[in-house]
Unconditional design. Sequence first.
Lengths: 613, 613
Amino acid sequence: MSKDSMDLKALFIGDKGENADLYKDMLNKLVDEHVGWRQNYMPQDMPVISEEDKQTEGYASSVNKMKSVLDEVSSKLRSESVPWHTAGRYLGHMNTETLMPAILAYQFAMLWNGNNVAYESSPATSQMEEEVGADFAQLLGLKDGWGHIVADGSLANLEGLWYARNMKSLPLAISEVVPEKVYGMSEWELLNMRMEDILDILDNVTDEQIDEIKSKSARSGKNLSKLGKWLVPQTKHYSWLKAADIIGIGLDQVVPIPVDSSYRIDVKELESLVRSLAADKTPILGVVGVVGSTEEGAVDPIHEIVKLREKLAKEKIYFYIHVDAAYGGYARSIFLDENNEVIPYEKLKETYKEYNIFNSDVTISRDVYDSFVAIGDCESVTIDPHKMGYIPYSAGGIGIKDIRMRNIISYFATYVFEKNSVAPSMLGAYILEGSKAGATAAAVWAAHHVLPLNVSGYGKLIGASIESATRFYNFLSDLEFNVNGRKVKVTPLINPDFNMVDYTFNEVGNTDLTVMNKLNHDFYDQASFVTGSLYSNEFMTSHTDFAIPDYGNSPFKYVSGLGFSKEEWEKVGKVTILRSSVMTPYLNNDKVADEYFNKIKSAMKSKLENILG
Amino acid sequence: MSKDSMDLKALFIGDKGENADLYKDMLNKLVDEHVGWRQNYMPQDMPVISEEDKQTEGYASSVNKMKSVLDEVSSKLRSESVPWHTAGRYLGHMNTETLMPAILAYQFAMLWNGNNVAYESSPATSQMEEEVGADFAQLLGLKDGWGHIVADGSLANLEGLWYARNMKSLPLAISEVVPEKVYGMSEWELLNMRMEDILDILDNVTDEQIDEIKSKSARSGKNLSKLGKWLVPQTKHYSWLKAADIIGIGLDQVVPIPVDSSYRIDVKELESLVRSLAADKTPILGVVGVVGSTEEGAVDPIHEIVKLREKLAKEKIYFYIHVDAAYGGYARSIFLDENNEVIPYEKLKETYKEYNIFNSDVTISRDVYDSFVAIGDCESVTIDPHKMGYIPYSAGGIGIKDIRMRNIISYFATYVFEKNSVAPSMLGAYILEGSKAGATAAAVWAAHHVLPLNVSGYGKLIGASIESATRFYNFLSDLEFNVNGRKVKVTPLINPDFNMVDYTFNEVGNTDLTVMNKLNHDFYDQASFVTGSLYSNEFMTSHTDFAIPDYGNSPFKYVSGLGFSKEEWEKVGKVTILRSSVMTPYLNNDKVADEYFNKIKSAMKSKLENILG
């Protein structure tokens, strides 16, 4: 294939089912292959369901019953679903079309119903999951790493925190079991050891000692309160609160890191936070950086966090870093060449030209690039195929930096690994979950094989989404409405780091923030399931609130730019925001964008008329 | 429909694809309905993929690429999958055909790709999940309860332990925030309050107080070590070790409960264990009872555990009970009449005759019945649709006894509940997980609607499995082989409580346990992926080890019955067992059973010849 031969238009069922015939042909071929497999299995065995069986009244009425139930399922789905398949009328949550090969692979593989908890139950899909895990590690730059599919990003975050908690506790356990290995180290030093150093020690003790060390680690229930603080961005996703609760370190150990007016971690603030904790001899269990925040699409400066860690390590302060790239993770593919090596920043423009990534002028900032590149220096990373991987739910994922880490949380002796070189014989022993659908692995595997995880494959899809978002952002930036003589202006929140476009409506001259919040909430009601059928709704979006308890004053720059005073901001304490994850791969060309932006404009106008009229 | 009109033969694709045409017709109808929905959405919007687009070289090569990848997926699945669709040649793990309506509903609903984390993203499937949760509660007898789908049973167990941990810690938090509500109670009394009493207190404080109490509960990270011991059956499933590790109470708090020679919890031993802990003023965080153990199909006497709790409550000793009915949960349907009321034990036989549940004489013991009935008295219950619900992976589930419990672990203010009467607007705030496939809810919903969760629906399917297991057990009980002049005898482990049939081969006269263990392990190798293609293997099964560290001497009765001495047992320390979960719904009639048992017999013989020959 030539460098621009991957055509995204071939990979989706299509907003109007344009590829439905293709989809159905492939589906039926696959189903026939499965049925043939059943038919040709031990042909000496007679079918247990005979033609006579099919003539009974019971059979007929059972078939009827099944058909009626499926009619009801169909009616419910068609009556009350979100039409995110549209090329442009749904710009809300992280939903759009998913990749046809992933859908097909899932629908096919589920007929075999493998359970990837154990290799024995699912040889084919267990191998696929092992390959997908290696894909995650490579995509994320985790060179000696490993990965696997997780049911969702909240669980992957929880698994990351589980790794961090148990890792951090190991040196204390080592000092009990093999004190000579950490001779002369203070408790502070033990709680600030580099991960590699800990793993190296474990390489040099016996299997029995490893088991004893593990049994005295945080898994015993001891020392949890000694491990220190878990630092998450102030705009904390509720999954981090849940995770700290579940893992037992507790919410009291969660410390917010201030974000700047771009909603990114403020690394100076992070440094002083860490230093002040260290001054009190409070260890830092770990720091979470978010790559693609769910509300703002913000990309935290992972490279600066890594650099800060290097600097502090010289002062015997060390922390685990978990990157929550549930949303953004797949976007790292746009920075990798066909050999999966990072493309130098200076070469991005020409590479994107070569691969036809963008149809218009789109620039990715150096900051964002540097952050993505640095992900590989962090201990664990959440990455969700069901977000920017365009895979159907549920498919989350995690990558870890060092494959040796997995034994820290495992429940079997180390020798089990040796038995099977392709995939662990019992994946369930090395992960948080138990039973898991082999079909998910088949879906992700198929997508990764159709679209390589670099600029020649996923990079194009991510590029289409980023370009669509840029176009939507530009469209909103100039937008103003005359609603029955009242002027209403649209103001995007920020030029986002990623494909999440936030914005508000405000009547020109309005200085009452409550009024503006109500206008935007009313708009959301008009643009969602709240008011009537989604199917006939001409524009749909989602919304969020930025409130002081979670955001501090980071939104004030924006709010102030809209003409609200500091007093007003402090009085109201929140701003209601409309929120569009622009995942559609279709708004990246002039014709489609113009068509849909005109339609969105007129739909917005009529909603505003309903509200203000 | 008449009482025996539900014909299970209509509900599966069939071991030889007998219903494949029916399946394909329904699948294509559903797919067409989905495609029609796309096509008729805003017909004024032109398709973004034009016929011209489809003529380009890039489109053609991308389609080719996709087709080749799917060919590869198909080849891998067909080459290395487990042929559990067979009516009788695979009797190993908990795998057999899954229900056609569930497969179809999943394949259909996944085209909409709803995310049940939030109602807004998935109105149709969120409502279905709410109904499925209510189904779980009703099936399990949790009268004021609630439930939801969980990715798998390990996570549902973890969620149960999370509930237990946070519930147990509440009285300590209450005594800090609203001490007047627990005036005069000692710490011991606080740690031994009945769940209902705790929830009643919360009904009588303000929302702000509830938030403060929650913030001082175990979610803060405090008091974890005060909560006491978590008691699990000695044969502990590794998911319980993981759960105790993850939840932060730690493995050191996990105490094994001895099991008897039927592999059930020994309630007398449990009582003395609880009393001796209480005598030391160590609270009991909770007790796990297993309904359908994964290795032995054992059903712990839940009714006796509940009774013991009632007795001890009078002595101010109280513990949470979690039932791990991941495997057995759905089997409670065989004890419910069409009004979903428990059928009196004395009426079971006649009811089963009326509904044609069994084709031969099958008796369910009073103990097992009583245990299932008592599930409704326990605080939380794991139940996996992807096990005895005959639903494809991944579909686990949980039921809780009192819907008020869900606020104990939630992350939003209580008022959010009021907004939406059908389903919580944000399910993700009340559960352990985040994003979750709406398609799973559609699959389970469809199955529950085709097969009601009582004797008229699922009861028949469960009955078919139990009868198939009984027949297999009887077949094994008489089995003996002459292998090149050597006599090899089969001995089932126990007459199982449920559909798990365990057994061993032993050469008559052999008194060396290591030799027997090797024979059975060699047999497993011959009957699994270990030796060559599964597709051409004429009989497949799974295996397990009962070793002293996990089982104590509970297997000795069996081992001794085989002629091994106590010294031999203690020297070798484990017995290798072959293990058949008999889930197939097809071996419940004479003709099919005879045919397959003959084939299994000859396959077993030829495997033994390979090993001993």
